[in-house]
Design a protein around this ligand. Structure first.
Ligand SMILES: Cc1cc2nc3c(=O)[nH]c(=O)nc-3n(C[C@H](O)[C@H](O)[C@H](O)COP(=O)(O)OP(=O)(O)OC[C@H]3O[C@@H](n4cnc5c(N)ncnc54)[C@H](O)[C@@H]3O)c2cc1C
Length: 281
């Protein structure tokens, strides 16, 4: 099965997500589009479902061993300048590396994103955002693989909203635009945004970011805080004492602890919230 491809069978899924929770599963690391197409064809032949992994920073894996085939695009890690201010970034590049590239090349705009532990593919798919910005502001075109073919989605075909995109396919890379900016200024702003994040979020703990999405006028974290639920624990899962919108793993939390904590929050709040994290079954 999957001959010639880099495969880890029974991989410890904890190592592939920022929550550090999960059982075991098969992960495949295609080195290029040819290998990616091959592995998708094999999944189809074997009747296996696959799931594209970014940096696993918005995921809750199950505690049991998973039957899905996880596909990591970590080898899709190049950044290419197309013309001044316009770059093509492959999906597996993480936002830390992209921010380092932008600083080095005096390209400004994305400073607010430093500290989001995402891959570009995951950030684009989820339309990651913070501090009143979102990544979609900088996107010109998205290169995807869909039904075995490479397609390009431009602004006319793309639709982004709060933590959501309409992208249906595997994101291979993105053409993005930025503006000329002094490197020192970029560095200062990146640092300031990262410091603001560290001051308000449990940045030093394992988590998957905000558990729930904000809705029009409803900020789940504020409701959770007002109910006095910060610090509530089930097993090693805890509602962060620093930011009520985060559940943190204090070491050995299980997915079932996180799910029970979510149920508990909703019970106390007397309502359901939209989940921002993706629960893998
Ligand atoms: C400490 C912390 C802080 C965070 N702060 C923020 C924040 O400020 N703002 C914010 O928006 N989010 C934040 N997050 C959440 C998370 O980083 C984002 O949702 C991010 O966009 C997920 O990217 P990822 O690469 O980790 O994707 P993953 O979590 O691996 O995957 C998320 C989804 O994207 C899909 N996906 C990934 N790559 C591809 C691809 N190449 N093609 C198609 N689909 C793909 C996956 O299949 C999955 O459905 C935070 C998380 C943590 C742990």
């Amino acid at each position: 099965m999957f001959n010639g491809l880099e495969v880890i069978q029974k991989a410890d899924l904890k190592k592939y997500c920022t929550f550090k929770i999960g059982g075991r599963g098969t992960i495949i690391f295609p080195k290029n589009v040819v290998e990616l197409k091959k592995l998708i064809r094999e999944c189809q032949k074997l009747n296996k479902n696959y799931f594209i992994l970014g940096n696993g920073s918005n995921l809750l894996f199950p505690d049991y061993d998973c039957d899905l085939i996880f596909v990591s695009l970590k080898y899709f890690n190049k950044i290419k300048e197309e013309k001044r201010g316009k770059i093509f970034v492959e999906a597996g590049v993480n936002l830390f590396s992209l921010n380092a590239y932008l600083k080095k090349h005096s390209l400004g705009g994305l400073e607010w994103s430093l500290g989001i532990p995402a891959s570009v593919g995951g950030a684009v798919f989820m339309n990651a955002g913070a501090f009143k910005h979102s990544i979609s502001e900088f996107i010109d075109e998205v290169k995807i693989l869909k039904d075995g073919k490479i397609c390009y989605l431009n602004k006319k075909n793309l639709n982004f909203s709060y933590r959501k995109s309409n992208i249906d396919g595997i994101i291979l890379g993105v053409t993005m635009h930025f503006s000329q900016k002094n490197s020192i200024e970029i560095q200062k702003e990146q640092f300031d945004f990262l410091e603001r994040r560290k001051a308000t979020q449990p940045y030093d703990k394992f988590s998957a970011g905000s558990i729930f999405k904000r809705e029009a006028n409803i900020i789940p974290a504020k409701i959770i805080d007002s109910l006095g639920l910060k610090g509530t624990k089930i097993g090693d899962a805890e509602i962060s004492t620093k930011h009520a919108g985060f559940i943190v793993n204090n070491g050995n939390a299980k997915a079932i602890d996180v799910l029970a904590l979510i149920d508990y929050i909703e019970l106390k709040a007397g309502r359901k919230f939209d989940l921002e994290i993706i629960i893998i079954k």
